[in-house]
Each structure stands twice: as C-alpha cells, then as structure tokens.
Design a protein around this ligand. Structure first.
Ligand code: SF4
Ligand code: SF4
Length: 319
C-alpha cells in the first residue's frame, strides 16, 4: 500500500478512536517481544506473580503476538481515561472501606469492548482484506509492554503506564490487526529521580523501581487472591481501610496531579459511593451482592472475598 494512503488511514483510525471516547491511540509494528519477554520471565521466576498461575501460560503467544492473529502487522493500543473529580475519603474509617478508583464506576470489561468492536469494524471498512481481534485485559498479551512500544506512555516505577496528558488513571484496550499502519515511536521515561511511589507503598511491594511483587501488594490480595485464601498478617496490618484495591502509589505520583477528567459517565461512582459501608457488606446475602455489583468490577472478588477483606481490616485493628 502506498505510504500516503497508509498515513491517511492511520490518521483516520486515530481520529475515530478519539471520537469513540478513547483518550489516546498509539500504534506499534508487530515484532517479537525479546527483551520485554526476558524481563517478564525473570519476574515470573522470582515468583512475583504470586498465585496468578495463568500468567505462566501461553508464553509463546505473549512473546509472539502473531500466534494470536496470524500475519498480524500492527498492534493498536487504546487508552481510556477513568479519572473523575471525586477523591478518596480522607483517613481511615471504622465503618466503611475504600475502593480503588477504577472500581468506582461500571466494569471496563463491559464499557471498552463495544468501542473496540466499532473501531475494528472501521478498520475492516478501510482494509476489507484484513482481520483484527481486540482485547481488554482478556488475552495472553503483554499489554503494558505494547503500550510502551506504541508510545502512549512510559512504564512508571510503580509499573503502571503513565501518559503525560492523562497520568495513569486509564484502562488499556488492544487491537491486533493484519492491517499495516504507520507505527508511533516510544516516548521517554519521565520518572526521573522521583521515588514517591516506592516511598509511599505501605507493604514495600515495589521491590525495586519498575518491579512489583504481587504477593506483597494490597491490590493483589484484595482483588485477585482467591476468596478462601487468608490475607497474610503483614499485608492485613497495612490495609488501612483498603477494601478493594489500593491507589496509594498512583495517588502520590506527580503525574496524576491536575489530570483531565473522563467524559465517560459509566466511570462515575455508582450510587455516588467511593467507599462502602462494612455492615452493609457483612450482612449481605449472595442475591443482594449479585444485584448490587452487577456490571461492577467488584463482583470479581465475590462476596466471600469482600467479607474476607473486611475481616482482615478489622482483625488487624484489634491486634
Ligand atoms: S497498589 Fe498499594 S500495595 Fe500495591 S504497589 Fe501500589 S501502593 Fe503498594
Ligand atoms: S511516583 Fe514518581 S517514580 Fe513513581 S511512577 Fe510516579 S513519577 Fe515515577
């Protein structure tokens, strides 16, 4: 395809992505992730993925994305801001637990896919002979590494991707396509000498710059750990009211000051709640939980997991 046409189509795809509500759209040319995969394997070998066994599987696909979409030429990385004007309740409460910002609104697994589907259809209109597949955190894809390659941000020392325009309060969607598009260049790392996230992490889960040990991270324990797994004492002692997730390392990041707010109403706090009453949750029955957290990210932890988290917070206070 002529370079001019490729450039026009790339621009048209990026414009349509913004029209759909994405905050940014970057493109990387498909190639094997060699250095990135070596670092990922080292992280796995140190056991920093805790009990997330699925991260060990599909290693070939994680390394070579064209095993997911044969003949893939481009990886399109879409970011979607979820930052709202609300703030976390200050201090620790005896009656309610804090929720990570990403969980205040509706589940991004429901909000992003229809937009990714529309963009994929648009690519098909521009390039009828191509195939595309989209993912929101749902495939064996090293999304952060592709986000860096596509230039939508750099990986901060807390390991999240940071955009100069949007900080780190955004979700990532990926489209793998056989369409050849003009790639973007990675941007530089703007963390500099800052260590605010490492200094603020209450459990020292950021074991070195850019490396998080999930087994020490409050987010892992309150969201990902199986509901019947006990939260270890050193984590529980530092939960300080974090009921679902933890935003501490991102809250202290200077790149998250004064960032733009999302226009996506679905990410506004459901029921105007940025924290949830413990008693309500402790006495909740399954039907109530399913109804209350339908289409919310919080359903992931299940009622038993949420109640386990409350018990850990309260148990640590009583010690
Ligand atoms: S989410 Fe919380 S516990 Fe995890 S690395 Fe960040 S500050 Fe530490
Ligand atoms: S807090 Fe500082 S070191 Fe950590 S990610 Fe933000 S800029 Fe980088």
């Amino acid at each position: 395809m002529e370079k001019d046409m490729m450039s026009d189509n790339t621009g048209a795809i990026k414009r349509y992505a913004l029209e759909l509500g994405f905050s940014d759209c970057g493109i990387a040319a498909v190639e094997e992730l060699v250095d990135e995969y070596i670092r990922y394997e080292q992280w796995l070998s140190l056991g920093y993925h805790a009990h997330l066994g699925y991260m060990e599987r599909n290693s070939e696909k994680r390394k070579d994305i064209s095993l997911i979409v044969p003949d893939a030429r481009s990886v399109i990385v879409l970011t979607h801001n979820y930052h709202t004007p609300h703030i976390h309740p200050s201090g620790e409460s005896d009656t309610s637990g804090k929720l990570a910002r990403y969980a205040w609104g509706d589940d991004y697994h429901d909000i992003l896919p229809p937009k990714l589907e529309k963009l994929s259809k648009y690519i098909k209109e521009l390039y009828p002979d191509t195939e595309s597949r989209y993912y929101t955190d749902t495939g064996p894809i090293l999304e952060k590494q592709w986000a860096v390659k596509a230039g939508v941000g750099w990986q901060g020392k807390h390991s999240n991707i940071i955009s100069r325009g949007y900080g780190s309060w955004f979700f990532i969607g990926i489209i793998i396509t056989t369409a050849e598009l003009i790639p973007d260049a990675p941007i530089q790392d703007f963390c500099g000498s800052c260590t605010a996230c490492l200094d603020a992490c209450p459990t020292n889960a950021i074991v070195q710059p850019y490396v998080v040990d999930a087994g020490k991270c409050i987010s892992y324990w309150t969201i990902e750990a199986k509901p019947d797994t006990c939260i270890p004492e050193p984590i529980a002692q530092n939960m300080n009211g974090w009921l679902f997730g933890c935003d501490i390392c991102q809250d202290v990041c200077p790149w998250n000051r004064f960032q733009k707010h999302t226009e996506e109403k679905s990410f506004e706090p459901r029921n105007n709640e940025t924290s949830i009453d413990y008693v309500k949750l402790e006495t909740m029955v399954q039907d109530e939980f399913s109804e209350r957290f339908r289409k919310s990210p919080i359903k992931r932890t299940k009622l038993k997991g949420i109640q386990r988290n409350i018990a850990a917070i309260k148990g640590a206070k009583n010690d």
